[in-house]
Design a protein around this ligand. Structure first.
Ligand code: FAD
Ligand code: MLT
Ligand code: ZN
Length: 474
């Protein structure tokens, strides 16, 4: 869809002129892209669901360059769109109209790593998987992991407060990010790049930028606390007959695996069919309505395996789990993870995807999938549920093609359903362009108003990622 189809009007920002292009060419020679063919890829999101028409992409290398860029754009009232790996799922990472794209792709340097404290300081454009590989050689890992790791940037991860597969063990970025360097709309550089575990000097300003989706400032560097690389990793893939067994297995494994539990993911059989049919992956444990992936990470192989075996014996004997397979070697671990991580990709091969990312009380998590399926009947091709057992359901609906009446049947139903249980209409993907009008389902009016005031204070001309995250203030 284009912005016109969404019914959004362009705000009165300046248009990029020849003298603007000349200014940027002088500032960052050879790193100003205006070729329409080259720009195409950066104007469309990963899902290919929203498309902008930016005429210029800038590739700065330093915070000082971003500072000069924003100072100029703010003066000229030119709107900008910060972009990392462009893997965002809510249309926040691409321009809506002709906003200038500021890419962090060339800001990919590690600044420092302290192997005693485990604190990594790096530029915002480092790709998550590259950081993880860098750390693994030093016997550490990143505290977050997600299916988009090969493309997403750490700056984008922080800007979206990405959750992902390791949150259960290492917590959210709100805890592991220790400091940020951010360039504000007027070009000033805010250096909060502390590398301290404890720092109670005034307000914790970095939290404002974590999850702000490029609307309050451009993150240029990140300081993050990284755990040691676990010596022993095991992964089990199990089949369950009902969602209540998925929950029963979860509480059992929290009790029996305790400190070595590092991930607990679930998916329904319809997800499995999608990865089998569209990606030709094979399911090692067929014939179940639900599947779970449990990862353990610890420091002692013998101890971990003994614990895991006791747990498996228990859940099999008690009938919580019907069947399963265990992986200890790297190749099989990767293969099993891909069954879960590649659901997002498989869905894109199934037709038009309606994506929902909800936080709900864990015991209610799958009820929404059942109710949505019943409501939509044959008007949807597939209604699937998967997610993270930290209370995060990914409800996805596919259809052969886009249909307004199907959308009307889904929304606001899904949001109202979520709000009645005090859930969140965006657990980890953010609001971006697509969800900003639904914020009131999860936040009171006073909170939205305060957010708008913070935005107006930090970016009075509204040049940073306009049309995103917050509804326009009245
Ligand atoms: P982009 O997509 O480029 O940008 C996302 C938002 O952040 C935009 O609003 C953009 O303007 C802003 N932004 C980017 N960089 C900066 C910066 N330096 N400063 C300020 N603002 C910036 N998300 C999860 O939470 N958990 C998952 O498990 C997960 N799995 C995924 C799996 C797949 C296959 C895909 C395609 C996506 C997945 N996502 C997941 C969503 C997405 O990968 C994350 O939101 C990711 O953090 C985005 O990073 P990015 O660098 O691609 O950012
Ligand atoms: C996931 O958990 O797989 C991601 O958040 C992506 C998605 O929701 O599809
Ligand atoms: Zn997710």
């Amino acid at each position: 869809l284009t912005s016109e189809q969404y019914g959004v009007k362009r705000l009165p920002f300046s248009h990029v002129s020849d003298s603007d292009i000349a200014f940027f060419e002088h500032l960052i020679p050879g790193r100003v892209i205006t070729d329409p063919d080259e720009l195409r890829l950066f104007n469309v999101d990963w899902l290919q669901s929203v498309r902008g028409c930016s005429k210029m992409l800038l590739r700065p290398r330093t915070a000082a360059e971003i500072s000069e860029i924003l100072r100029y754009c703010n003066k000229r009232k030119l709107a900008v769109n910060p972009q990392g790996g462009n893997t965002g799922l809510v249309g926040g990472s691409v321009p809506v109209f002709d906003e200038i794209i500021i890419s962090t792709a060339l800001m990919n340097q590690v600044i420092s790593f302290n192997s005693v404290s485990g604190i990594l300081v790096c530029q915002a454009g480092c790709i998550l998987e590259n950081l993880n590989q860098y750390l693994e050689e030093l016997d550490f890992i990143m505290p977050l992991d997600l299916g988009a790791k090969g493309s997403c940037h750490i700056g984008g991860n922080v800007a979206t407060n990405a959750g992902g597969l390791r949150l259960l063990r290492y917590g959210s970025l709100r805890g592991t990010v220790l400091g940020l360097e951010v360039v504000l709309a007027d070009g000033s550089i805010l250096n909060c790049l502390a590398s301290l575990r404890k720092d109670n000097t005034g307000y914790d300003l970095k939290q404002l930028f974590i999850g702000s989706e490029g609307t309050l400032g451009i993150i240029t560097a990140v300081s993050i606390l990284c755990p040691r690389k676990p010596k022993s990793v095991n992964l089990v893939f199990l089949g369950c007959q009902s969602f209540s067994q998925v929950l029963g297995t979860f509480t059992t494994c929290k009790g029996m695996l305790g400190e070595i539990l590092s991930a607990y993911e679930f998916m329904d059989d319809k997800c499995m069919k999608l990865v089998e049919n569209h990606l030709k992956l094979s399911n090692p444990v067929t014939g179940n309505p639900f599947y779970i992936l449990i990862e353990t990470s610890g420091s002692n192989t013998v101890h971990d395996e003994e614990k895991l075996n006791n747990f498996l014996e228990h859940v099999m004997a008690s009938g919580l789990v019907t069947d399963g397979t265990v992986a200890t070697e790297d190749k099989k671990i990767k293969m099993l993870w891909s069954l879960r991580e590649r659901i997002t990709e498989a869905l894109t091969h199934d037709g038009c995807v309606y994506k929902y990312d909800l936080s709900l009380p864990v015991e209610r998590l799958y009820d929404l999938v059942i109710d949505t399926r019943a409501r939509l009947g044959k008007t949807a091709k597939n209604v699937v549920g998967y997610g993270h057992l930290d209370g995060n359901l990914h409800l996805n609906i596919t259809a052969e093609s886009y249909s307004h009446s199907l959308l009307d049947a889904i929304e606001p139903f899904v949001y109202e359903w979520t709000a009645q249980y005090n859930g969140s209409i965006s657990a980890e993907h953010g609001l971006g362009f697509k969800k900003k009008h639904y914020i009131q389902y999860s936040k009171p009016q006073e909170a939205v108003l305060l957010m708008q005031q913070v935005k107006a204070m930090l970016d009075p001309k509204g040049i940073l990622n306009p049309y995103k995250t917050l509804p326009a203030s009245s």
